[in-house]
Design a binder for this molecule. Sequence first.
Ligand SMILES: *Cc1c(COP(=O)(O)O)cnc(C)c1O
Length: 441
Amino acid sequence: MNPSLPALPGNLPRSNAELFARSCAVIPGGVNSSIRAFKAVGGTPYIVERADGPYVFDVEGTRYFDLVQSYGAIILGHAHPVVTAAITAAAAGGTSYGAPTPGELLLAEEISSRVPSCERVRLMNSGTEATSTAVRLARGFTGRDRIVIFHGNFHGATDALLAAGGSGVATLGLPGTAGVPASAVANTLVVPYNVVPRLDDQVAAVFVEPVAANMGVVAPAAGFLEGLRAECDRVGALLVFDEVITGFRLATGGAQEQFGVRADLTTFGKVIGGGLPIGCVGGRRDIMETLSPLGPVFHAGTLAGNPLATAAGRAALGELTPDAYQLLRTRAARLGELLTAACAAAGLPATFPVVGTLVGMYFGRGLAAGVAPTDFAEAKTTDEALYRVFFHAMLAEGVALAPGAYEALFVGLGHTDEVLAAIGAAAGRAAQVAAAAHAAG
Ligand SMILES: *Cc1c(COP(=O)(O)O)cnc(C)c1O
């Protein structure tokens, strides 16, 4: 441990294990989001003190190359100076007012101009709030109750959409979650990803991750999103793209731009807050104006359109030019190549599908070499035990992956070529360790 490090708040000891034990005594499982626990991989989490660009530093002073990037909320790299300055300037003017602000107007205009289907947008506090609001809005607008979702897609911690989980629930090995009454999901239909379901006129909306990024990374099959659009139109159902990950990570205009399919409603989060809490529902004017105060579907939030979050989000989007997305695509492809080469050299069976700026990972022989999964059943063939070994070998080499086998790898503008090369070299060593352990065990 480095004695020159400054004191932690509350004079806490600089020990991951001690702090985690103390957290467990007051916070259930020691974490405020269940996927942060190391339940799926074993061991105890590193406790982050600070982060900078591609790095996170734990309280013991250990530096990690970070491929978690707040599960995709960070895209410019940690503590990007433009974002930090925007937050600092905003905070000096007060942190929340309970009245409209210029900053929320500008962020709303920015989102609307990037995604043409978002003729109106409403800002809120999380991706979960966005998807739960979209459910209520779709039901209120159509007068129908049925919601269709896809196996392996994840839409946040909202009852109606927890009929089957994405990465979080799948990793915990539970079919759904306790505490959701059957009545809350009685109108939720869960169907296989990448197959256009036949709908009827009971369906209010189809919710889809246009690139599935909570079961590793699964690309939409050719014609899938177009097919959903046509089937929704046929029965008068709304097509809702959950772009909480893909929005402004995949392209200037998100997945809708990349795949040329227009959604009726879109949910955003993560990137649009520049690392601060945010969510957003955008969509067709007639649907969006069904929201209160114009229409009968209620929505409100004390901190919605928060001045710090909207300032951070605007600052982040300002850096996300078409050139930035080109760079992110190049880097995602490079990371996929490096990890593939590292595992191949060690004889470790693994596949790293790259979809635009997103990188997924699958281990074991459930999938033929180089073949990417197309649905949850195929994604589930990943060897979770092998991932556990690789995860810890990478952590020991100073690379932080998400502590779950179904998360995406998040590449940002902080991951320079040199950083990627260092991650590749670390992965080469980690793959050797993991292959040896796998062969032994
Ligand atoms: C993260 C995520 C959510 C939930 O967003 P929160 O801000 O964590 O509530 C919803 N949908 C998708 C696709 C996500 O990845």
